[in-house]
Design a protein. Structure first.
Length: 264
């Protein structure tokens, strides 16, 4: 994550992981696109608390894996998963690059916080060795009522609310396909997938977003404004979506896999 992301103290690993099973499925789907490589060098950009990075490290049989995240709280939690060949560090994934160092550059649900995906992906692709693979997943759900209403409520309570990073930064699947080709990727898969999450109730959508998208409002609203925002947002959400138990939360995501040519 970059300076465009919420500041590190806004991220709460416990809140984020309230829906860890649902959030984990796109990670698994993204990892399944990777092709086997003997003892690859792997970097996980936007690694969060490290739990899934550790799972990726072991499932790939990685020789070494580095997880990077801008959240001090997440990196503190990742210490529990550090092991031989598996390390974590606090860092800004926006300007990050390590030319010709990695066999796999992996990033699940982090790129959308960053502007200028063309420049970012150019750096990430440039960090691959010959034959290396890029795997990226980004949300594409800015048009869902839950996300639209968050922006509307914030505009009522704040003079200059932070914009929705998905609406502002995420490209269309077709645009990513063109960009990967322009960056010299010789193989690629880009797909839009709709995930269906059976949550306990409509109100669980609020708890889901409190661990991710809504974090961008927390500091600006302060300790008094934040609860007011959540209460108003919850009321507005229930008025539009209704009170349902359980509630089907649909979530669109873009999954990207690409590889660069092997040196002849």
């Amino acid at each position: 994550m970059s300076a465009e992301t919420p500041s590190p103290d806004r991220w709460d690993p416990g809140q984020y992981n309230r829906f860890k099973d649902e959030r984990e499925q796109p990670f698994r789907d993204l990892a399944s696109l990777l092709r086997p490589v003997p003892a690859p060098a792997v970097v996980d950009l936007g690694c969060g608390d490290g739990r899934l990075t550790a799972a990726l490290h072991h499932s790939l049989g990685a020789g070494r894996t580095l997880g990077i995240d801008s959240s001090a709280a997440m990196i503190a939690a990742s210490a529990a998963y550090a092991a031989s060949g598996l390390s974590f560090e606090l860092g800004d994934i926006g300007p990050w690059q390590a030319p010709d160092v990695y066999d796999i550059v992996f990033s699940n649900a982090a790129l959308h916080w960053l502007p200028d995906h063309r420049a970012v992906l150019k750096r990430w692709v440039g960090s691959l060795r010959s034959g290396g693979q890029l795997a990226v997943q980004v949300p594409a759900n800015a048009d869902h009522p839950a996300h639209r209403l968050a922006a509307e409520v914030a505009a009522e309570l704040m003079p200059d609310p932070p914009p929705d990073p998905v609406a502002r930064n995420v490209l269309s699947p077709e645009a990513y396909a063109v960009l990967l080709d322009e960056l010299g990727c010789t193989q690629q898969q880009v797909r839009l997938q709709v995930y269906v999450h059976h949550l306990g109730s409509t109100e669980d959508v609020v708890e889901w977003l409190k661990g991710s998208s809504l974090t961008r409002f927390k500091d600006a609203l302060g300790p008094e404004g934040w609860p007011q925002f959540i209460d108003l947002y919850r009321a507005r959400l229930l008025a539009e979506l209704g009170r349902h138990t359980p509630f089907l939360y649909t979530f669109k995501r873009i999954l990207i896999w690409a590889s660069v040519a092997k040196a002849s």
